[in-house]
Every structure is written in C-alpha cells, then in structure tokens.
Design a binder for this molecule. Structure first.
Ligand SMILES: [Zn+2]
Length: 112
C-alpha cells in the first residue's frame, strides 16, 4: 500500500491545523481537538506489553482555551506542536494526523 503523505500542513496558531493528504482527504482540525488527542504517553496513558492502557500519571487533558506557539516537522514522518500551556511532548505522526482528520470529518472522536 502506498503511504499517504500530507500535501498541506499549515498550522494556524489561533485556529487549527489545516491538512490535506495525497489521497484528497482534507481537514481543518481545531486546536482544541488536536490538543485533546495529543498522542503522548502523558496524555493517553502508557500501554503495557499486553496493550492495556495504564492511567496517565499526570492528567494533562486541558480543556480551556489553548493556542499553538509553534509547529515543527520531525524528520519526514511527523509534526511536533508547542502549546501555550507548555506542553511539547506530543509528536503527531502523519498517519495519526490522517486518522484524526478522517475521524474529525466524520464527526467522531478517535477511539482512545
Ligand atoms: Zn501530550
């Protein structure tokens, strides 16, 4: 299967992340949505060897207004976002962003 790559990756710091992918999928993920589904272990909980999710050690779910200070590419496979609440651990792989974009477009929350 051919890898789906982003053709547009535009972080609007007070609005959201504008995305387009090579298969034609487009989405505008609001910052709040992006922040809520931060993929880092602290936000989503570590998975043990059996795939069970441990409770997060620190609850970093943040529901208030949040803005992105900056976004940077990580290699050629992911993007890291620096948030106004000081959180920097989340690395959004392109595959994960694609998943978020699709689920957001369907009006669903990712199953996490
Ligand atoms: Zn996080």
């Amino acid at each position: 299967m051919e890898a789906i790559t982003p053709t547009t990756l535009h972080l609007k710091k007070a609005e959201g992340l504008e995305l387009a992918f090579s298969d034609g999928t487009e989405a505008m993920l609001p910052l709040r949505y992006l922040r809520k589904y931060c993929p880092c272990a602290g936000c989503q909980g570590e998975r043990d060897l059996l795939g069970r999710t441990q409770l997060p050690i620190v609850s970093t779910h943040y529901d208030g207004p949040v803005t992105a200070l900056s976004g940077e590419l990580v290699g050629n496979y992911a993007m890291r976002v620096v948030w106004s609440d000081g959180h920097v651990a989340g690395i959004y792989t392109f595959a994960y962003l694609y998943e978020l974009a699709q689920q957001h477009n369907r009006g669903e929350a990712p199953a996490r």
